[in-house]
Design a protein around this ligand. Structure first.
Ligand code: KIV
Ligand code: ZN
Length: 388
């Protein structure tokens, strides 16, 4: 089986539609440029029927970046599909992405439609979308809570109608890895090589990346994800986490993507500067602490050999350097290194004095700054001069 996994980035659509993340057209264009450098295969630029801004964003992004596949989202009805088609009119590589909910819970309470009605709407939307684009994706919203027999029926029906990708979202982040993998395996077998099975996982239980990986191991070949994991509620599968999981654990996950990992950190920072929040400090790969070491034992090991406590060289993802944070758990080795970085080569005796002052200070403050260390070094030197 082909091991290349398509990275479908939905930062500008699912990400953008979550609280604090809305973006103007110029902001989407700036972000799109970074996504192109990053090497995503598909950028979902908006939901054209939702607003004029989203329509304009899809149009602008697809005009500006003709060499990348640009997707527009639409519900499975005529007006939505036509609007998506119009927004992509100038695209060289348009992708029309239609969706409709398929779980009984959504059919009963939200759509008030029967399974047959949903199936017919899905097929009609794909047929119409194919009049605008060859590359058409269907998403069965809430797929993970859908009766698998019905999911297989609708999956085959949309593939017969011309969908080249069928996305099976874990819309509410409810699934667990082996369960989701089993569902994906069944659908991959059903469509064989007639379409790509895609996954789109939300992080309500913190399992979006794990579920997406399990799905790839079960045969999915497209992952929908976002920078910093932004998206509805708890967010989407984080692009940086899933890509680096496959990169770092090639031994167990022998899949490839087109991502240029060295642009990951810059993409994360750019997004942070555009929306209203950044990743939490302990966020994998791009958080402030992702490559920071404070505990003395860790710092000592790291200074002897980085791989003792780092599984990724920060430069691989474009992070300038690892940080040794000097706090109350730090040891002499890291303090000596920091003094040396600051231009002070200390003897063992001088280091003892500085270390003593440092531990007293570190007990009182959360992290000791460089200027405080310099003060301690100068103080110890002054003491040494008086003693002489
Ligand atoms: O979460 C979801 O189901 C979606 C679809 C529209 C793909 O975002
Ligand atoms: Zn979603």
């Amino acid at each position: 089986m082909n091991q290349r996994v398509v990275i479908f980035d939905t930062t500008l659509r699912d990400g953008e539609q979550s609280p604090g993340c809305s973006m103007t057209v110029p902001e989407k264009l700036r972000m799109a440029r970074k996504l192109v450098e990053l090497g995503v295969d598909i950028m979902e630029a908006g939901f054209p029927i939702a607003s004029q801004g989203d329509f304009d964003a899809v149009q602008a992004v697809s005009r500006e970046y003709p060499d990348v596949r640009v997707a527009a989202l639409c519900r499975s009805n005529k007006m939505d599909v036509e609007r998506a088609g119009e927004a992509l009119a100038y695209a060289k590589k348009p992708v029309i992405h239609t969706f409709i909910a398929t779980s009984d819970i959504h059919l009963k309470f939200k759509l008030k439609k029967s399974r047959q009605e949903v199936l017919e709407a899905a097929v009609k939307a794909i047929e119409l979308a194919r009049t605008y684009a060859d590359d058409v994706e269907f998403s069965a919203e809430d797929a993970s809570r859908t009766d698998p027999d019905f999911l297989e029926e609708i999956t085959l029906a949309v593939v017969n109608a011309g969908a080249s990708t069928v996305n099976l979202p874990d819309t509410v982040g409810y699934s667990i890895p082996d369960e989701y993998a089993a569902l994906i395996r069944r659908m991959v077998k059903a469509v064989d090589d007639r379409a790509i099975i895609s996954v789109h996982c939300h992080d309500d239980l913190g399992l979006a990346v794990a579920n997406s990986l399990a799905a790839v191991q079960a045969g999915a070949r497209q992952i929908e994800c976002t920078i910093n994991g932004i998206g509805e509620r708890a967010g989407n599968c984080s692009l940086e986490e899933i890509v680096m999981a496959m990169h770092t654990r090639r031994d167990k996950l022998p899949y490839t993507t087109g991502i240029n990992a060295e642009h990951i950190y810059a993409a994360s920072r750019l997004l942070t500067s555009i929306i209203t929040f950044g990743p939490q400090p302990n966020k994998a790969i791009v958080g402030d602490n992702a490559f920071a070491h404070e505990a003395g034992i860790h710092q000592d090991g790291y200074l002897k050999e980085k791989s003792t406590y780092e599984i990724i060289d920060p430069k691989t993802v474009g992070v300038p350097e690892s940080k040794l944070v000097l706090g109350k758990h730090s040891g002499r080795h890291a303090l000596k290194q920091r003094c040396s970085d600051l231009g002070y080569e200390l003897t063992k005796e001088e280091l003892d004095v500085v270390y003593h002052g440092f531990t007293e200070l570190a007990d009182r403050v959360k992290g000791v700054r460089n200027d405080a260390i310099i003060e301690l070094v100068k103080g110890s030197m002054a003491k040494a001069a008086i003693a002489e």
